[in-house]
Design a protein around this ligand. Structure first.
Ligand SMILES: NC(=O)c1ccc[n+]([C@@H]2O[C@H](COP(=O)([O-])OP(=O)(O)OC[C@H]3O[C@@H](n4cnc5c(N)ncnc54)[C@H](O)[C@@H]3O)[C@@H](O)[C@H]2O)c1
Length: 335
């Protein structure tokens, strides 16, 4: 990782939308560590105040409570900002299936508001959270950026429309953008609670309570699980790259390895039973496959390596070990 390249952030002001969420709050912390000035725009729909507790009093940090569906709030947030890391959205495929209208309003209209506000404020670069769901029903593996299928959920449509809008804002208005197609991100501060929790934190908390996690399907479905620090690296590279050819593109943001659900639960049991040996005896259950799920997902990260200089630092095992340690230290009270 070229940390010298990141030094330019020390004299920059960066807006992180969705900065109270899992990925956004980790980005805010890293940017402050790099001495950047950070503005966070969030309406706390799924984000949490406790995610900001370590940085809330930092004099270089500003929290703006507001909604990206409100253009004025977006304009206020981008005022005087050099760069935008747009993370705010309603995640989760099932959430979008249950309520496609709200997902559309936040993820598409909110995204468009942020593009308009960024264009009008003259921001230098707009880096945004795209998604592996854009690969839709394409069965090709590994996934390469220019071969996508048909979207399989309202959420996937919203993330694909983001890419189309970002492209048009570059060609029409000259706004420089980079889209990062995140693949199943996990790590510290990811919410384990609620109906739409992601599989890793949800299973961690269930194992910690000695409850059986339920795998959707037979456990052979696989994903390119990506530790948060790899995602942070991609965001920093996207913000600071001097390679003009790298701009106005989308990149897989992943490791380039896949792990199936059976393997994942075995790894979680192994690492968690180092803290509580009884977890080794907790059995896993199986339920039906879930609507909108594809059997396998695996990214090629060649484009990110070539154009951005990306080098994933964490394979799944190292990431899971750190994530498990974090959940153990921070969520013991919930046991
Ligand atoms: N976690 C993953 O595996 C993954 C995978 C692909 C893409 N993504 C994308 O990455 C981004 C961050 O996801 P995350 O996992 O950190 O989720 P998260 O839910 O923890 O964070 C999203 C943040 O956006 C905020 N937000 C939602 N609606 C808003 C609105 N109308 N106005 C202002 N703020 C709003 C939430 O309060 C929250 O703080 C999202 O765009 C998501 O779609 C995540």
């Amino acid at each position: 990782m070229n940390s010298k390249q990141f030094e330019l952030l020390s004299s920059s002001k960066v807006l992180v939308t969705g900065g109270a969420g899992f990925i956004g709050s980790n980005l805010c912390e890293t940017l402050l560590d790099l001495n950047a000035e950070v503005v966070c725009l969030d309406n706390f729909a799924t984000g949490k105040r406790e995610n900001l507790s370590a940085i809330h009093d930092n004099s270089k940090f500003t929290l703006i409570e507001g909604d990206i569906r409100n253009l004025d709030a977006c304009k206020r947030a981008v005022a005087g900002v050099d760069y935008v890391l747009h993370q705010a959205a309603l995640g989760s495929v099932p959430r979008s299936i249950n309520d496609p209208i709200t997902s559309n309003e936040v993820n598409i209209s909110g995204f468009l508001n942020m593009l308009v506000a960024s264009r009008d404020a003259g921001v230098k670069r707009f880096v945004y959270a795209a998604s592996s769901s854009t690969y839709g029903d394409s069965e090709a593996l590994p996934k390469v950026e220019d071969k996508i299928g048909k979207p399989l959920s309202p959420y996937a449509i919203t993330k694909y429309v983001n890419e189309l809008y970002a492209d048009i804002f570059h060609t029409t208005y000259g706004l420089d953008t980079i889209g990062l197609r995140y693949f199943n991100v996990f790590g510290r501060k990811q919410d384990p609670h609620g109906a739409y929790a992601a599989v890793i934190p949800k299973f961690v908390i269930q194992f910690m309570k000695h409850e059986s996690p339920v795998i959707n399907g037979d456990g052979t479905y696989s994903r390119d699980f990506t530790y948060i620090d790899n995602v942070i690296q991609m965001n920093l590279l996207a913000l600071t790259t001097g390679n003009q050819e790298a701009l106005n593109q989308v990149y897989n943001t992943a490791v380039g390895d896949r792990t199936n659900l059976k393997q994942l639960t075995q790894l979680l049991k192994k690492y968690l039973s180092e803290y509580d040996p009884e977890i080794a005896n907790v059995e896993v259950e199986h339920g039906p496959n879930r609507a909108g799920d594809i059997p396998h997902s695996l990214a090629s990260v060649d484009k990110a390596k070539e154009l951005l200089g990306y080098e994933p630092q964490y394979k799944i095992e190292a990431g899971l070990k750190e994530a498990v340690e974090w959940y153990w230290e921070n969520l013991l009270v919930n046991k």
